[in-house]
Design a protein around this ligand. Structure first.
Ligand code: GH3
Ligand code: MG
Ligand code: MG
Ligand code: MG
Length: 314
């Protein structure tokens, strides 16, 4: 893999932390050398000379914040690379700037149709290139911020109800298409009102953050989602998951919270924070809405509460 990372020794730690990562893709070594001199003082630069290297660098963590992409390449052209990057959820949000000697307007428009944010014609002028990169990095940061504001719960920083609503609709449809089961696990902290009364609302908030952080790590597969959907209520969506898988996950949820060992002296029968869990599993049908799965999980949660809390029910 033609991957080279340049760090310039004279910049301070703070500057380094602020530097963004660029992936520069071009088959011409002279062009890459030009980019190296023009860009590496301001950015961490990685270089790729083939489509294969470009795509694997874009997917690798830490991922680039922006990609500069040549159009004419010997194996796969820049347009095809861009198309592949935009199809992949892991790389689809990385802004792509095409840099090419081709000035044909139809070619430029085609680049924008494929999802690039900008198109620069070679020979590239360094100040213009830097100005454009800086603008697109700012826009990307703003888009990222807006997305977190819209989809993350501000207290716990885990996905919020809006993200839950979108994910359940999408996963429900996907489960119908592939005739797969889907599981929902509703989680509610036991005696949380008493916790707040005993320790105060601030400690209550800290408890929610800790519980959310640890439960979030239990959603490991791509179609899974953990979200905070109410005050002390959370949900786990498990795609392509049967009853046995859901029960195992519910046990893991209960054990995870119990292991945190957060004292709850406010609770009548419990000396530490626990959760009750409701499980529902369905093979979705076109005639049904995801709300039916939620209602089944909610009913199960009610039963878990009534049968003593700190347990799951189906
Ligand atoms: P149960 O075991 O039946 O679930 O009882 P509970 O006390 O947990 O449930 P209840 O619904 O009666 O009370 C929920 C409590 O959660 C009340 C509310 O003050 C608290 N709560 C909701 N959102 C927040 C929050 O953001 N921060 C804090 N600290 N508390 C919250
Ligand atoms: Mg080329
Ligand atoms: Mg509740
Ligand atoms: Mg509760």
């Amino acid at each position: 893999m033609q991957l080279k990372e340049i760090t310039t020794p004279h910049i301070s730690e703070l500057d380094v932390a602020k530097k963004s990562r660029l992936l520069v893709v071009d088959d011409d070594p002279n062009q890459l050398r030009f980019y190296l001199h023009g860009l590496s003082k301001l950015y961490y630069c990685q270089f790729a000379r083939t489509a294969h290297d470009a795509i694997s660098c874009a997917r690798q963590f830490p991922q680039p914040d922006l990609i500069i992409l040549d159009v004419v390449m010997p194996d796969l052209g820049g347009f095809e690379i861009c198309r592949l990057l935009k199809c992949d959820p892991l790389t689809s949000n990385i802004p792509v700037i095409f840099a090419s000697g081709i000035e044909d307007i139809d070619v430029k428009v085609r680049g924008f149709d494929l999802g690039c944010v900008d198109y620069i014609t070679k020979p590239v002028l360094v100040p213009e290139m830097n100005a454009r990169i800086s603008t697109h990095l700012k826009l990307a940061r703003q888009a990222h911020l807006l997305e977190s504001l819209a989809y993350l719960d501000p207290l716990t920083q885990v996905p919020n109800r809006r993200q839950y609503n979108e994910t359940i609709q999408r996963e429900w449809s996907r489960s119908i298409r592939y005739a797969q089961p889907i599981a929902m696990i509703l989680i509610d902290i036991d005696f949380f009102k008493q916790f707040n009364n005993f320790y105060g609302h601030g400690v209550g908030d800290d408890c929610l953050i800790k519980v959310a952080y640890h439960l979030h790590s239990l959603s490991r597969r791509p179609g899974d989602l953990f979200a905070r959907i109410g005050g002390e209520e959370f949900v786990l969506i498990l795609s392509d998951c049967d009853e046995l898988g859901a029960v195992n996950k519910a046990e893991e949820v209960i054990e995870t919270v119990s292991q945190l060992n957060i004292a709850n002296q406010g609770a009548p029968n419990h000396d530490r924070v626990t959760v009750s869990v409701g499980i529902a599993v369905a093979k979705p049908k076109v005639s049904e809405e995801p709300l039916s799965l939620f209602q089944a999980a909610d009913e199960a949660l009610y039963n878990a509460k009534n049968s003593g809390r700190d347990k799951y029910a189906l």
